[in-house]
Design a protein around this ligand. Structure first.
Ligand SMILES: [Fe+2]
Ligand SMILES: [Fe+2]
Length: 211
């Protein structure tokens, strides 16, 4: 993968027009964690990022319970569950990689701001995600597409602006699961590409607005 080209692709593309809920979320994060991009702030982003996939998964399981008498329909739902789980796992690797980097760099974090508050935000975000999904799946996908679009741009901007990242090797413990990269800059670009894929997936779901 040409990571520089991927970064340019994102940075030269326009961001989506965010709705009220996503702007409120980004604003809250800026107020609590500062406007500046940082590893600790990305970690909060990743705690929240897994939540819509968890919400969709649990809604889908309820739906399977109600539809297993129509096995073909139930199977379609189950395929959707598997996709949600893959994306959730992908977000999980992002979170673990960031957590490891924060540890290795000895970055000081506050228990309240970096442990408790992200869980509170994630709690609300989880409930918003499933309520929107129940009202209409497209609403929940749209919120997630905005979230992922924002994440994609944040990671690519971070890789571009933090010049020292290109000279730092990625030697984390998750290389076997997530891949090897010549530099931390490329690692962040890969995470940015993942976020773009998550976004496109949600946009695609809006187009079909079904399970
Ligand atoms: Fe992520
Ligand atoms: Fe994502």
């Amino acid at each position: 993968m040409n990571f520089i080209a991927e970064q340019e692709k994102t940075l030269s593309s326009e961001q989506l027009k965010y709705g009220l809920l996503s702007r409120l979320l980004f604003w809250t994060m800026d107020v609590i964690y500062g406007k500046e991009r940082s590893l600790s702030k990305f970690k909060v982003l990743e705690v929240i990022a897994r939540v819509p996939y968890q919400a969709w998964e649990s809604v889908a399981y309820v739906a399977i319970t109600h539809t297993y008498r129509e096995p073909h329909f139930a199977r379609r739902i189950f395929e959707f569950v598997k996709e949600s789980r893959d994306q959730q796992d992908n977000e999980q690797w992002h979170l673990l990689i960031l957590e490891e980097l924060v540890h290795k760099k000895g970055i000081k974090e506050s228990f309240i701001r970096h442990r408790v508050v992200p869980q509170i935000i994630a709690f609300f975000y989880y409930h918003i995600s499933w309520i929107l999904y129940v009202i209409h799946p497209a609403l929940s996908y749209r919120l997630n597409a905005h979230f992922e679009d924002h994440a994609e741009h944040e990671y690519m901007k971070y890789a571009a602006e933090e010049k020292c990242l290109k000279d730092e090797k990625y030697q984390g413990d998750f290389r076997k699961e997530y891949g090897t990269f010549d530099s931390l800059a490329d690692l962040f670009r890969k995470i940015g590409v993942d976020e773009r894929e998550h976004k496109n997936h949600s946009l695609n779901r809006i187009a079909h607005a079904r399970f």
